[in-house]
Design a protein around this ligand. Structure first.
Ligand SMILES: [Zn+2]
Length: 263
């Protein structure tokens, strides 16, 4: 009852304000302009604005792209980009395609730098928000939960894998490592791509992970076949096997890394 009264009161007050404002056009128009100014102003046509910003805005929440720092002006190592990236850092290491190759340069981790506010604005600010956006996707006979913004791309990966008609790949999907998990990356306070529902781990028993290396020296290795990697990359998924800090069971939806306009 109390709720109904206060709703009625708001309606009445609203009606009251509207009628007070009616004689004056500028005041009557104020709510409309207030609403449009609630959104951050669109990027002014600025010759110095990097074209990649417009490209990022096609793949991520555009208002977040417009409000985040493009370039903080700091020269960074790959590790520093991963720890504290700006938008430019996210795109600064070209993502390689083609034949799987050993990665032996510590500066080559394309896709490991993620500007977290961009992902939170795009995919969900909390685990509950991300959970609410998950939809089922079938891949090699398994059903996984994936963010709806990335689900179509994962379905296309599944269709590509089906077209391979190669039963030898099925062992990689027999016991999937998982998709959505609200967690940070082990040993860090950084959110994993899994916390946004845009990453999938193949069978962990067939994956290799740099932190599990027996020696202190990181020596890249991989057992995931080219055909699986090609199917994912063709649909905008970055593969952890392209990283010096390798995680070969891991694929995450990062369409900007494959869009020539984002370079
Ligand atoms: Zn993963």
């Amino acid at each position: 009852m109390g709720v109904r009264c206060s709703v009625a009161l708001v309606v009445l007050l609203g009606a009251c304000r509207a009628s007070e404002a009616t004689p004056s056009r500028p005041i009557a128009a104020a709510p409309a302009s207030a609403a449009s100014s609630a959104a951050p102003p669109a990027q002014p046509p600025d010759a110095s604005a990097p074209p990649a910003l417009g490209c990022l805005a096609r793949h991520y929440e555009a208002r977040a792209v417009a409000s985040l720092t493009w370039d903080d002006g700091k020269a960074k190592t790959m590790a520093q980009k991963v720890d504290a990236p700006d938008l430019e850092d996210m795109l600064s290491v070209p993502y390689p395609r083609g034949a799987i190759a050993k990665v032996d340069d510590p500066e080559v981790d394309p896709g490991r730098a993620r500007v977290e506010p961009l992902f939170r604005a795009t995919y969900g600010a909390t685990p509950a928000e991300v959970s609410a956006a998950l939809v089922p996707v079938k891949i090699r006979g398994r059903t996984v939960s994936f963010h709806r913004r990335a689900a179509e791309a994962l379905r296309r990966v599944a269709a590509r894998l089906d077209r391979l008609a190669d039963p030898s790949i099925d062992r990689f999907f027999a016991s999937l490592g998982g998709t959505f998990v609200a967690r940070t990356i082990a040993g860090t306070d950084r959110a994993s791509a899994h916390s946004w529902g845009i990453a999938i781990d193949l069978d962990p028993s067939l994956g290799d992970y740099w932190k599990n290396a027996a020696s202190a020296r990181i020596a890249w290795k991989n057992r995931v076949p080219q055909s699986i990697v090609d199917a994912f990359e063709a649909e905008g998924f970055a593969w952890g096997g392209r990283w010096y800090h390798y995680d070969t069971m891991h694929f995450e939806y990062r369409p900007e890394l494959f869009d020539p306009d984002c370079r």
